[in-house]
Design a protein around this ligand. Structure first.
Ligand code: ZN
Length: 111
């Protein structure tokens, strides 16, 4: 991988992190407890169900943030961009979409 490609991936990670951080802020707002006097019956049930979905999304967003930060810390170190399974170089296009990839396309689809 060239330095230029690394820079490109770093930029991509920064962009993804920014998007995720604002998503997390938004979701945290949406998952705040519903005030007890807010609404009753079916509507309340619906809102609680909706919040469960938001909470799951929030959880996933936080996991991805951690993965991206980890990738960002590893990018300048040896081994980044190589498959942990077969040691092949992970295609640049794949890293650009999923900078946290640790496996090449073939190994990842075998999992
Ligand atoms: Zn592989």
């Amino acid at each position: 991988m060239t330095d230029e490609q690394k820079e490109q991936i770093k930029k991509q990670i920064a962009q993804d992190l920014e998007a995720l951080n604002s998503e997390v802020a938004d979701l945290q707002e949406k998952t705040k407890p519903i005030p007890p006097d807010c609404c009753l019956g079916d509507l309340r049930f619906e809102m609680m169900h909706e919040q469960e979905v938001f909470e799951r999304t929030l959880h996933e967003a936080k996991i991805r943030i951690n993965k991206l930060k980890y990738a960002l810390g590893k990018i300048d170190k040896e081994g980044y961009g190589f498959c942990m399974e077969c040691d092949e170089e992970i295609p640049f296009g794949r890293l650009l979409i999923l900078p946290e990839s640790m496996y090449c396309t073939a190994c990842a689809s075998n999992k």
